[in-house]
Unconditional design. Structure first.
Length: 414
């Protein structure tokens, strides 16, 4: 695996830390900027919405740029807005900085996925994607707890400074290690590209149109939907894990960072396993993994009052969630082979649709008086729905549009 892919993973680590660190910084922001808790909570929502909108938008806007240039632009903007967030005394400026940071993050991750899979070669998309997604899971393990500690010791602004500082070596590494790959280009590891390589202006609009048409394929759309559902289930429970383990699981508040880190360790293990299997044996992971994930959420809901069971299931469900979720993202990249620039953008958007919808559904369940176990049941329902959609899609492909079994030739064409 080229070293440049690991440098992209370092940048994603900084960005993942930024995306999730607000959960530990809200009290300090409320006191310092004199806003309400719900207002401070909009900083997280704004980031999520910016990720959803920004992934396809920034990918289209950067189609004319070589990928190294696009990555550097997005990463530099991300670094600058965190400096702005660290020094501002205005909540409005901080909110705008979060939106701008989300747009830059979305663009970087979308282009980064395309660049990483191009550098890894045609048969290693899963391994390349797992390195980038591993940056997100490591942010949950180390970055987010570290941000919370910084916020408690030196104030919430120190966490923003830390993200900006971590982004500096990532900028240097991307500039030095990432080759300048023209948009839409597949390459073998070690291939050198011209720093000025870029498509001519007249080729950009037709290329974008061709990629958008490729993204309308039913198989890809189903895969993106499955990824959104599984990721929604993951973040539905992860968002409310703290009150779940303290109010139901019998743990004290001091155990919350430990259990969050345990979930992150499971997530990293799942991404690593998914990266090894997604390229050659994806169905051996997706089918049993999806069934086990559904069963695991149900068992978690039933056994949430048992501290020992909670400890084990936090790790297991983190591993299963990211093993299945990262494999679906990889399959989306394979299904979008004819859309190398925008495929990563739509995979990023689907990932963040789930990250937005899951916590909202979990919050609705808690708000309806169903208790802190209810997000676990919602997670189980979301994965069960994903299995049902996958089964229906498979049946539709086998029978075709006429209701008759598809011929072997027709199946192969699909």
């Amino acid at each position: 695996m080229p070293i440049a892919i690991y440098m992209l993973g370092l940048a994603v680590f900084a960005q993942g830390t930024s995306e999730f660190m607000l959960s530990g910084l809200v009290p300090g922001i409320v006191r310092d900027l004199q806003v309400s808790v719900p207002a401070a909570g909009t900083l997280t929502s704004a980031f999520a919405v910016g990720m959803i909108v920004g992934a396809p938008l920034t990918a289209v806007l950067s189609l004319r740029w070589p990928r190294r240039r696009a990555l550097l632009v997005f990463l530099t903007i991300f670094m600058i807005v965190h400096v702005a967030g660290a020094v501002t005394t205005s909540f409005g400026v901080l909110l705008a900085a979060r939106v701008a940071g989300a747009l830059a993050n979305a663009g970087f991750l979308a282009v980064g996925l395309a660049a990483a899979t191009a550098m890894a070669g045609p048969g290693a998309k899963g391994r390349a994607a797992s390195v980038l997604l591993g940056g997100i899971t490591l942010a949950c393990v180390a970055g987010v707890p570290a941000g919370a500690v910084l916020g408690q010791v030196w104030g919430w602004r120190s966490a923003f400074w830390a993200v900006a500082v971590v982004s500096v070596p990532a900028v240097v590494a991307v500039a030095v290690a990432v080759p300048s790959i023209p948009p839409g280009t597949a390459m073998s590891p070690g291939t050198a590209m011209s720093p000025d390589a870029a498509p001519p202006p007249e080729a950009v609009v037709p290329a974008a149109r061709r990629e958008l048409q490729a993204l309308r394929r039913p198989r890809l759309l189903v895969t993106l939907l499955l990824g959104a559902l599984v990721n929604g289930a993951t973040f539905c429970t992860f968002t409310y894990l703290a009150p779940l383990v303290t109010e139901v699981g019998g743990y004290g508040p001091g155990w919350v960072p430990v259990l969050l880190a345990l979930f992150g360790l499971g997530s990293f293990a799942g991404v690593s396993i998914g990266g090894r299997m997604a390229d050659r044996r994806p169905m051996r992971l997706l089918v049993p993994g999806g069934l086990a994930l559904t069963a695991g959420w149900i068992v978690f809901a039933v056994a949430a009052g048992n501290p020992a069971a909670v400890f084990v299931l936090v790790f297991v469900q983190g591993a299963l969630s990211f093993a299945v979720g990262s494999t679906l993202i990889t399959r989306a990249l394979y299904a979008a082979a004819d859309a190398p620039s925008l495929g990563g953008a739509f995979a990023t958007a689907a990932f963040n649709v789930g990250a937005t919808a899951g916590p909202l559904l979990g919050g609705v369940a808690i708000g309806a008086g169903l208790g802190y176990r209810s997000p676990l049941w919602v997670s189980a329902l979301l994965v069960a729905l994903a299995l049902a959609v996958a089964g229906a899609a498979l049946a539709a492909r086998r029978t075709g549009t006429t209701g008759r079994p598809a011929s072997p030739t027709r199946r192969a064409a699909r």
